[in-house]
Design a binder for this molecule. Structure first.
Ligand code: NDP
Length: 239
């Protein structure tokens, strides 16, 4: 039977690579994007011409209404959801002394409340044998200067993953997280100094590429990882 995946932040970066990797596995993909534009247009084109045909839908994960509508549309149109990938996220930089409450709350709104809203909306549609994969971050474990809000939000996702795995296990649904190191996307691009420091510390001596993360997500998404549950898998080249 064709499996259906719902991916947030699907139009670029790691989300785009995950979409393409799942399509290569023959999965039907419903890709959610926030910003209209070239990248969203390309996503719609790729999913619309895929076999089986998928769907691109606008959805800001901080909006309960948009999440409710987009997830319901995906679940109803495709008769259920087998894979949920909570990928959308933001990674702002601010030292704590300069970090305002608004920026703190905005980071949590996207990185923590977003996955909460999307996963909760997906619950009634998730089929037995399904898999929830959430993209957290190595920084949620190690931390870094200027990243208290980001690290705290990503650490929250590790607890979310563990707890939810205990709620959904008896329904035959697995819940795992992937914690990337630094990956070549628009998110990491502005921080040249951090990237350089990372390359110096990383056992492989380089930052990761989106398809390398997507490969692990695809593994956690299907039967090949049938006994992996409640885990946060570091994908960081060895730190
Ligand atoms: P990008 O900045 O390239 O992409 C982020 C994606 O998230 C975009 O599609 C963006 O949509 C979407 N997004 C952001 N906010 C919202 C929102 N409120 N609602 C819906 N979508 C939203 O980042 P990456 O691909 O690198 O990051 C993907 C995930 O991986 C994130 O969770 C990030 O924290 C995590 N990660 C990334 C690392 C890296 O080094 N790149 C390292 C560790 C973790 P839009 O195009 O509209 O902005």
């Amino acid at each position: 039977m064709t499996r259906t995946a719902l991916v947030t932040g699907a139009s670029r970066g790691i989300g785009q690579a995950v979409v393409r990797r799942l399509l290569a596995d023959g999965v039907r993909v419903c890709g959610l994007y926030r910003t209209e534009g070239e990248a969203a247009g390309l996503l719609a084109k790729e999913l619309g011409s895929a076999s089986p045909r998928g769907l691109a839908l606008p959805c800001d994960v901080t909006s309960a209404e948009q999440v409710r509508d987009a997830v319901a549309r995906c679940g109803e149109e495709f008769g259920g959801i087998d894979v949920l990938v909570n990928n959308a996220g933001v990674a702002p930089f601010a030292m704590l002394e300069n970090l305002g409450l608004q920026e703190w709350e905005a980071t949590f709104a996207t990185n923590v409340t977003g996955p909460y809203l999307v996963t909760k909306a997906a619950l009634p549609h998730l089929r037995a044998g399904g898999s929830v994969v959430t993209i957290t971050s190595g920084l949620g474990i190690t931390g870094a200067p200027g990243k208290t809000h980001y690290a705290a939000s990503k650490a929250a996702l590790i607890g979310f993953t563990k707890a939810l795995s205990r709620e959904l296990g008896r329904r035959g649904i697995r819940v795992n997280a992937v914690a990337p190191g630094i990956v070549e996307t628009e998110m990491s691009a502005p921080n040249a100094e951090l990237r350089k420091r990372y390359e110096a510390q990383c056992a492989l001596g380089r930052i990761g590429q989106p398809p390398e993360l997507a490969e692990v997500v695809a593994f956690l998404a299907d039967h090949r990882s049938s006994y992996v549950n409640g885990q946060t898998l570091m994908v960081d080249g060895g730190m």
